[in-house]
Design a protein. Sequence first.
Length: 234
Amino acid sequence: MATFYGYLHSSPFKDISEKESAERTEDVLLRLFHSDDAFAPYKGKLAPRGVSWRSFRFISKVPLKSEDPDMIGGPYPYPFYVFVNRQTSNIVIGSERYPITNAVIQKINLRLPRNLIRNSIDVDKIAKHILDSKSRGLKKSFYVTNISIDITSFGNKVEGMTLSGSDILGSSFFSDHVTYDYLARNIGLMLPGRGVESARLYSNGGIQFYTDRLGELGQCLGFARSINAFQENA
């Protein structure tokens, strides 16, 4: 299946319960997607099946995947995914490229009475929570498959590094050579027993997810929320 790139938002309706906020957000979004000419239904090969996600097409007047307008004339239809969590009122919107997702969100915010609220993700908190759980001998909830960190221990001689593997934070390399003098910027999480990355989370609220592992993405986001790793941007 495909890799999608999206963002995490929270509902703009804050004066009611989370359940009511989620329902109102979903209702407003669905009415928009079914009434605005910039959107259309999508039933193609990337449509999610058996989950609570919804898929639509965004009809762009300009190319967003580096298409040559002289070779491929517009308009340009792109599939995108939307998920509104009924318990938390969090919203995930993603597509095949970040420029598509950005264009979708921009169009949505032009039409909504209140803009969706972009969340940031405290990736550093997630990484250090997993390391702390390891040090206390707790059962692993997630393996870390990828991590990018800014290093603050060596001045400007070493500014950062990216590591990849099947269990980075469980490796002796990380515990022997990387101390707490760092700041994690993105992290790939994998559920035990899966063998493939479940999702990758970025500190700016960006999410890299996989259209055949949407349930695993939900577990990753639920874990991040459980340790208060989401923060609404003003």
